[in-house]
Write a protein that binds this ligand. Structure first.
Ligand code: C5P
Length: 396
């Protein structure tokens, strides 16, 4: 997601600096190149050697670095960068940026950056964050066109609790990726379902399926990164809520149906990725079913679940509906029939035996024009292509 992006990571003096090591790893995995510049205080929390080993490139700490041919690291570093990220950004460094001071390599680099975008991830004690001087400086940075990421709230290294924590590495990575994404769904509201459903047999046992939720969660994140406000209604999965997405957790298809119908009319787009159970157990027991002395199996009875997607697609003035179909065979025939039966303009199919619980998928797009096979790719990449396909149909 960050292929060919050249980034400068600035690290200032704060205990959250140790998390930036993980952020460097995760960002490199997305294909970026990273040059690291550290302040003197940052080097007291974590050593340049750590970042040199992780980034595979020399680390810059000194305005007078003799390794840089023209001795102008502060100019050189930002000239071919796509963005600069300061994480953690200390109270002192934020004040420096607000005042335009240039008394070390990193502050000078930020002044000399020209139109290279600057993003900062504040990290400090909650009282420091709330201090009027700090808030004034943050406002000044916003006015200067600097992007402020977070801060988050929660437990702090000092033992207090409140605002001022640096965002977690996976959150900062999501912000970085989002920063470079075209805002194809800016201001749009997207409702989604993802994951399996779980139908109770008794208070202990359920009927469920192999859906991991990975595809739906990747699409939720891609929609959020494309500028949409995303509400994800999710069956039980092991996945954390995608960053910046509102998640409602449900168990059964009927709970999912209720949550979706409540929200459907407030949304522009509905993407139904969940593997919804077709039937629920209509004689589910309120007590644990016990083995019978004669070995007889319990006689389960089934009733049809509501078809959530078909119902949303039939709403007058409802959202633009996108369906999914996981098949084991005759994908094109089954998926095409499903799209027509549920009356949705767009549907994506894949082969369940390849896609379920996997990190990659080969989607087939079905619409009024016919179908189009996409290559096997990561679900993250497929999600971004899918958002483009939706946006191009709706908004261009
Ligand atoms: O289960 P089926 O293959 O029919 O699913 C096709 C599409 O319909 C998927 O988008 C799925 O999320 C949706 N669906 C639904 N409610 C159901 C069954 C499926 O919304 N009860």
């Amino acid at each position: 997601m960050l292929a060919n992006k050249r980034l400068v990571f600035g690290i200032t003096g704060g205990i959250a600096a140790y998390k930036t090591a993980e952020l460097v790893r995760r960002t490199l995995e997305q294909g970026a190149r990273i040059d690291v510049a550290m302040t003197e205080a940052a080097c007291r929390f974590i050593t340049p050697v750590t970042f040199q080993a992780l980034s595979g490139r020399p680390v810059y700490t000194d305005l007078w670095d003799p390794r840089v041919p023209n001795n102008m690291a502060h100019i050189q570093l930002s000239r071919d960068a796509d963005a600069i990220l300061i994480a953690p950004a200390s109270t002192d460094f934020i004040a420096k940026l607000a005042q335009g001071r240039a008394d070390d390599l990193l502050s000078t680099l930020c002044i000399a950056k020209g139109d290279c975008p600057l993003l900062i991830a504040p990290a400090m004690n909650r009282e420091m964050w709330l201090n009027p001087a700090c808030q004034r400086n943050i406002q000044q940075l916003r006015d200067d066109g600097i992007f402020i990421l977070g801060p988050g709230a929660g437990d702090q290294a000092c033992g207090e609790t409140g605002d001022g924590r640096m965002l977690e590495p996976h959150e900062l990575l999501a912000e970085l990726i989002a920063f470079f994404q075209p805002k194809l769904l800016a201001g749009k509201r997207v409702l989604m379902t993802a994951g399996p459903t779980s139908e109770p047999i008794d208070p202990i046992r359920v009927i469920t399926n192999r859906s991991s939720g990975k595809m739906g969660y990747a699409i939720a994140l891609a929609a959020q990164q494309a500028g949409a406000r995303v509400h994800l209604i999710s069956g039980p999965t092991a996945l954390p809520a995608p960053y910046g997405v509102t998640r409602t957790s449900v168990e059964s298809a009927r709970q999912m149906h209720q949550a979706v119908m409540q929200a459907a009319s407030d949304n522009d787009i509905f993407i139904s990725v969940a593997a919804v159970a077709d039937w629920y157990v209509s004689n589910a027991s309120t007590q644990k079913l016990k083995k019978q002395a004669d070995g007889a199996a319990p006689a389960l009875e089934f009733a049809l679940n509501p078809d959530i997607l078909a119902e949303v697609a039939a709403l007058p003035n409802g959202p633009y509906c996108v369906g999914f179909a996981a098949e084991t065979d005759q994908l094109v025939e089954h998926a095409q029939a499903k799209r027509l039966r549920k009356k949705v303009p767009l549907l994506f199919g894949n082969l369940a035996q390849h896609a379920m619980n996997a990190d990659d998928t080969a989607l087939v797009l079905f619409d009024d024009e016919g179908h189009e096979q996409w290559p096997a790719q990561s679900k993250t990449q497929a999600a971004s292509q899918l958002i483009k396909a939706i946006a191009s149909r709706l908004y261009t």
